[in-house]
Design a protein around this ligand. Structure first.
Ligand code: SAH
Length: 208
């Protein structure tokens, strides 16, 4: 079977399981070639629903996790988005089809180069990759409509809360090394509302 059939089968599976819901997110999954975001040796596993190693002990998240987080963010065409943890660049690429612009911060310089190269191959022109410590966010482009954290943080950091727009949504895996809760935070003029979306496992946020 070819890679296009593999992609369609994965999309059908994620729809059936309830991870993919909206037409526009489904279209983004159809348009972004995940095979460009994995190591060449893993190309045949591009559309398997699990994380894959991308070097430096890091992983590209499983497709169902990318689907779930993307749907929860409720991406809008006008959104200015910050991602913490570029990794392969795949999550940023999916978002780039749905929002105005994405800034993704990556602490590991080699992975920032990997992500940038993958995003170029996939034709994503509205994503910027920055090398740095994402725990500080990126004040020059704040406030952000949406913030997505793709490494596990001990808690939702103050810099992210400060840089989130009123009416904005932040999503992050919060907890310890082996287990975290996927937390969704909404900011309003009255403060923050926090909801949990179940247990997840992400690689930890590293000091920059
Ligand atoms: N979103 C990625 C998966 C991220 S894996 C994808 O779609 O492929 C988590 C990433 O977070 C790793 O690349 C890791 O290097 C990065 N990371 C860890 N600590 C960080 C920090 N303090 N600032 C920015 N990135 C960080």
């Amino acid at each position: 079977m070819g890679i296009n059939e593999d992609r369609e089968m994965l999309i059908s599976k994620l729809q059936g399981e309830g991870y993919l819901k909206s037409d526009k997110v489904i279209l983004a999954f159809r348009e972004v070639p995940r095979e460009e975001f994995v190591l060449a040796s893993d190309r045949v596993y591009s559309y398997s629903d699990y994380p894959l190693q991308i070097g430096h002990g890091q992983t590209i998240s499983a497709p169902h996790m990318v689907a779930m987080m993307t749907e929860l963010l409720k991406p809008k065409e006008s959104d200015n988005v910050l991602e913490i943890g570029a990794g392969s660049g795949y999550q940023a690429a999916i978002l780039s089809r749905l929002v105005s612009r994405v800034l993704t911060v990556e602490v590991e310089p080699d992975l920032a180069v990997f992500a940038k190269g993958n995003l170029d191959k996939a034709g994503c022109t509205n994503v910027d990759v920055l090398v740095g410590d994402g725990s500080k966010g990126h004040p020059p482009r704040a406030p952000y409509d949406k913030i997505i954290v793709t490494c596990a943080a001990p808690d939702i950091l103050q810099a992210w809360k400060d840089q989130l727009k009123e009416g904005g949504i932040l999503i992050a895996p919060v907890g310890g090394f082996y287990h975290q809760d996927l937390i969704l935070l909404r900011k309003s003029k009255d403060g923050f509302k926090r909801e949990s979306h179940g247990g997840v496992i992400f690689v930890p946020l590293r000091p920059g």
